[in-house]
Design a protein around this ligand. Sequence first.
Ligand SMILES: [Zn+2]
Length: 381
Amino acid sequence: MKLRYQFRLYPSTRQRIELAKAFGCARVVWNDALRIRQDAYKQGEPLPSVVALAKQVITEAKKTPEREWLGEVSAVLLRSSLRDLQTAYSNFFASLKGTRKGPKLEPPKFKRKTSRQAVRFTRAARFSITKEGNLRLPKIGDVEVRWSRELPSDPSSVTVIKDAAGRYFCSFVVEAEDKPLPELDLEETDTGIDLGLSSYAVLRGRKVASPKFFRRQEKKLRRAQRKLSRCQKGSNNRRKAKLVVAKEHARIADQRRDFIDQETTRIVRESQAVYLEDLAVKGMAKTHGKSVHDQSLGMFARTLEAKCARYGRTFVKVSRWFPSTQLCSRCGSIEGPKGLEGLKIRAWTCSCGAHHDRDENAEINIRREGRTLVAEGRPDT
Ligand SMILES: [Zn+2]
């Protein structure tokens, strides 16, 4: 299984200049190749091969005065930029055909100087980690890294990133072995997960509260965006306001990732099986807009699924059409709160006399449905 490990980088001023060159060259090669592919497509010509593209946008281009400076950075970098474009295209085509999981992808786009910048160094580009713990990059030097955890094995490549907030990161791809956790008693520890509104998630016997920072950060972000919209185009203030917005976005992304990492790790440690109610369950996005909370749910589900696979836990999605909230977990009649109005109801009493906390009742139902799906051997619904 391939895993990504990301750390903060602290390049010196000189290294920043060198990195800027590398970003620029990789971007130009990407854009040149993309333009050639697009033109070929428009004119109905066959798409050029990677080798032909490399010759045209790297080898031949270096000989022209307009692209001479491509020679200043490692050629391996330029080739991996082309390969990344190739990968972006294959992913896009696979997504079109429906052979790729996940959301629909857009075709590759032209890269702009102002957005996130990235270059990838493969083993062939001879990057290494020095004894002192710096990241050694060809033509750039030894860059200081803040290691927050250990790499499980030698990385096969490293991507150096400068985000829109001006921070630098290195992101390693490493091959990691699956390491199953000790098996727990299934009946005792399996859990349904109801992704809620009042709580972030409702689990068997406990609730994960929605982190306060979601709302707080959202306010800050909105304020920054309002300020940006009032700034005049092309002005200095606008540039500054843009950076503030980017920084807020970056901070939100960091906190969201930390929160999700922490919560999913705990769930995987505690539970032998998790049954997750499929998302978009209660029309959340429609009623509330894409809040930070909503955006985090997809990531939560993906992270949890990946961790379950890695640590030997069962992961099952329960259909969003399953009436987890309306079903009485004691007698099985469907008379609980329905629809959008039902979202406001926190507790209800069934005609059988059972008194339910809405969310806890939903968890029990999801857990039961999950167990049934596993027993019937169709965990992929
Ligand atoms: Zn009942």
